[in-house]
Unconditional design. Structure first.
Length: 345
């Protein structure tokens, strides 16, 4: 049952109370607006009999320590909480948070693929970066930028270099310890990432639609799709072992097939490349793996081994379940669907 106070109250704050507190605090420390925070009982924990969101707020570790040392009063914390709680979202400073991945040897782990050095744009849609990670330089903290979409694929709000822009009404943003997690209004996690200092960013979950594109990533697998007729989704999938990536590399990119075909022509003769027998995939270095029918590129600017690639039509519910919890089943689904197997470097 964990640690309890004299009233038998556990230190574990219920998830619904945490969500309410985060929303009232506008997703940041009420004192300094850090996006990395803890939950602070305004009344001493030893004396409270319930986890009341009216009396709990978000404080970053530094501000929490100031309270513990007596350098910051509970009254000041309470006043700051009430002010932010009562304010409109656009009247409160956006939360920011330090991201400790300063090393030049930083890694980005995407769906079980480990890229080094850090790929800055993880996700690009027709020239626009939808998810980007910038390592810190010259002692500055790193930053994360992302655009978030509703279920119809329309943009709702964004994270721009650690600053939340827009009003994520009915969304839930949780930034605790080394983890950033965002849930949509239906409660589904659309982004979860974990920082492993000093140099690794792990994408635990990314479930995002942008217009006619959808990307699903878990810590161990992924699938990248385009919506076709009758809301069906054609997914591209590849088993890769990444050996190297240059700073200009792009993790996953959606583009026009003709644009990717022209890129392949331009890079012909640079490194090694091949096409699958049906012509659906072009595999090469530094071209990456290109799925021409869907206009999808994986690992542009990377060197890798490909152990197979395929296209399959799967409903979003099945693809989501396989990516999140059954990587072996995901690979089997592609092998049994409409697929193209190819091996190359």
């Amino acid at each position: 049952m964990g640690i309890q106070n004299k009233h038998g109250l556990s230190r574990n704050i219920p998830a619904d109370v945490k969500r309410e507190v985060r929303s009232r605090c506008k997703f940041g420390c009420v004192m300094c607006r850090s996006g990395f925070y803890q939950y602070e009982h305004i009344d001493p924990y030893v004396s409270v009999s319930t986890h009341n969101p009216d009396r709990i707020c978000c404080l970053c570790a530094a501000c929490h320590d100031r309270v513990t040392r007596g350098q910051l009063s509970k009254a000041a914390v309470e006043a700051a909480y009430k002010k932010i709680w009562a304010s409109a979202p656009d009247a409160v400073a956006a939360p920011r948070g330090p991201l400790d991945f300063h090393t030049s040897n930083a890694h980005l782990v995407i769906g079980g693929l480990r890229y080094s050095p850090l790929i800055k744009p993880l996700l690009r849609y027709h020239g626009s970066d939808l998810f980007r990670v910038e390592p810190g330089e010259n002692g500055l903290p790193g930053t994360i930028s992302a655009v978030f979409f509703d279920d119809s694929g329309q943009p709702v709000f964004q994270l721009s270099e650690n600053e939340w822009i827009g009003e994520p009404r009915n969304w839930d943003i949780e930034v605790t310890g080394p983890r950033l997690r965002v849930r949509n209004p239906k409660g589904r996690v659309v982004l979860s990432l974990r920082l492993e200092p000093p140099g690794t960013v792990v994408i635990e979950c990314l479930d995002m639609r942008c217009n006619d594109a959808h990307i699903l990533i878990s810590e161990k697998s992924y699938a990248i799709g385009r919506y076709i007729e009758n809301a069906e989704i054609a997914w591209a999938y590849a088993e890769l072992t990444v050996t190297r990536a240059v700073p200009e590399a792009v993790g996953i990119e959606f583009a026009m097939p003709a644009e990717l075909q022209e890129r392949a022509r331009r890079l012909e003769g640079v490194g090694q490349s091949l096409r699958t027998p049906d012509g659906n995939f072009i595999i090469g270095s530094p071209l990456g793996l290109v799925c021409l029918p869907l206009g999808i590129s994986i690992g542009y600017g990377s060197s890798f081994w490909s152990h197979g690639c395929a296209i399959a039509i799967l409903p979003i519910s099945k693809a989501r379940r396989l990516v999140q919890s059954d990587p072996i089943g995901l690979a089997a689904a592609f092998k049994s669907g409409s697929s193209s197997n190819g091996r190359g470097r």
